[in-house]
Write a protein that binds this ligand. Structure first.
Ligand SMILES: [Zn+2]
Length: 474
């Protein structure tokens, strides 16, 4: 199919998302559990003669949720086909997938720029087994096969070639991941998300390369950046580009040719005679629609208009499902602006510092509410608040009890603070003079000295005013 492109760069993706069901797509084998190779398989996922597949209803529901969230048209029938290929990762010699009619089509994801990336189709298919090369791909004398993965449900999302930069491809993937989190059909600690990306540039007349099996969002951006450079260089060096399929090597950040592109027809698809057609009735779609959670766009709207926080904070909070949930629970107890500020600055800072992701976060929302309300009432200073936040992410405890026990309440005793400020000024006469002469940093130094003695329990703003007055009056 020849398309009329005009952009400098044309990118399309095929994303494979592992759905977080308990059992496989066509049998009752578990998808998770102990990692003993070939411990979670049966005659169906091993493709033994006479075995009959049965569709996992949950997988259909999950895929349908995703199709609805991506604004797809839902087809009334689910039909499965056999994609025939001979390779040990599929014992049946074919993969069950959807070909003729996908579950959903004609959807979209809207990028921050407002541009829509069209989703051509979403369909369900089974994952192949894992091939293990004990001494590495090149040196191994033999290959091991683990069929635990064989038959795990995947949802494939195919976009139109409508992205125009590696950054857009990364943004697309990220937006998709957030939607998956909201729908609770994907667990990022267990499930895998992989993308194939095709890319071509104007200079070649859009001769495309497809890069296979990229995991990670930074990786997809890097792989596409590399590929643009490679294609441009080939043209500059007068090499002839041909349509091909390439592999991404994340270690040396390059792509290598795997094969020149085969077409879909090579797979000899046939409708699977073992699987009966499933009707997707209007009632079924309506029932699923009723179960749909609020999605990021709706959350952002609500945060801005109901909770009155600024747009940037709203977008950052909505971009992490867990953060959005925490925010909504906290914003009814303390000022939403304060909650937004502390979640997006301090909680994100501590999570990043500890190299965690939000799904690993075990934090009790009650404890955050206690912490933020003490800050709101100025019972503790921000410095003390930050220190508690640092610890709260590692172990659970009541910030309120902790403050009581360790005597961390903000010192309100003006006389005590004033005498301490006087003492600091007399010990640092030159610094005080510097401030008088217009050196602003000098004041920060003085405040810092008091803060240190007070173990962060003084209000920095009050100290600033105190020092300003004292030094001026000297
Ligand atoms: Zn099985």
């Amino acid at each position: 199919m020849k398309m009329k492109f005009t952009a400098d760069i044309i990118i399309g993706t095929e994303v494979h998302v592992q759905l977080n069901t308990n059992t496989k797509l066509f049998c009752s084998c578990a998808t998770k559990g102990e990692d003993i190779p070939n411990s979670r398989c049966c005659e169906i996922c091993l493709g033994m003669p006479g075995s009959k597949p049965l569709v996992n209803q949950k997988a259909i529901e999950y895929a349908l949720k995703l199709a609805l969230a991506l604004h797809c048209k839902i087809n009334p029938d689910v039909i499965f086909s056999r994609k025939v290929y001979f390779y040990p990762d599929l014992a049946k010699n074919y993969q069950i997938t959807q070909f003729e009619v996908p579950l959903g089509e004609n959807g979209c994801i809207i990028l921050d720029s407002g541009r829509k990336v069209k989703i051509e189709r979403i369909h369900l298919e089974e994952d192949p087994a894992s091939l293990i090369h004990p001494a590495g791909m090149e040196k191994s004398q033999y290959t091991l096969i683990d069929y635990n993965r064989s038959g795990i449900p995947l949802c494939e999302i195919v976009t139109a070639p409508e992205m125009h930069s590696p950054e857009e491809a990364r943004e697309f993937m990220n937006k998709l991941k957030i939607i998956l989190q909201y729908l609770k059909i994907f667990d990022e600690n267990v499930c895998v998300i992989k993308a194939d990306a095709n890319i071509s540039i104007k200079e070649s007349g859009y001769i495309r390369s497809e890069i296979k099996n990229i995991t990670g969002f930074k990786e997809i951006e890097d792989a596409l950046l590399y590929e643009i450079q490679r294609q441009k260089k080939a043209i500059k060096d007068n090499e002839k580009l041909i349509q091909d399929t390439r592999g991404w090597n994340p270690d040396n950040k390059t792509t290598i040719r795997l094969r020149t592109k085969e077409t879909e027809a090579d797979y000899g698809y046939i409708i699977d005679p073992d699987l009966v057609k499933i009707d997707i009735t209007e009632k079924f779609v309506k029932d699923i629609q009723k179960e749909m959670p609020e999605l990021p766009e709706q959350k952002i709207h609500k945060f801005i208009h109901t909770h009155k926080i600024n747009e940037q904070d709203a977008k950052i909070l909505a971009a992490e499902y867990i953060l959005a949930e925490l925010f909504e629970q906290i914003a009814v107890e303390v000022s939403p602006q304060l909650a937004a500020k502390w979640l997006r600055r301090e909680l994100i800072r501590v999570v990043n510092y500890n190299k965690m992701n939000f799904s690993q976060l075990k934090i009790d929302v009650k404890h955050l509410i206690e912490l933020f309300s003490m800050i709101e009432k100025k019972e503790i200073t921000e410095t003390v608040g930050q220190d508690i936040m640092n610890q709260l992410i590692i172990k659970q405890f009541s910030p309120k009890e902790y403050v009581e026990k360790n005597n961390l309440k903000t010192v309100q005793d003006i006389a005590q603070l004033e005498s301490l400020c006087k003492e600091i000024i007399s010990k640092n006469a030159q610094v005080a003079q510097d401030y008088k002469n217009g050196k602003q940093e000098a004041l920060h130094f003085l405040i810092g000295q008091v803060m240190r003695q007070m173990k962060g329990k003084a209000d920095a703003k009050a100290l600033k005013e105190m020092f300003e007055k004292m030094i001026k009056d000297e």
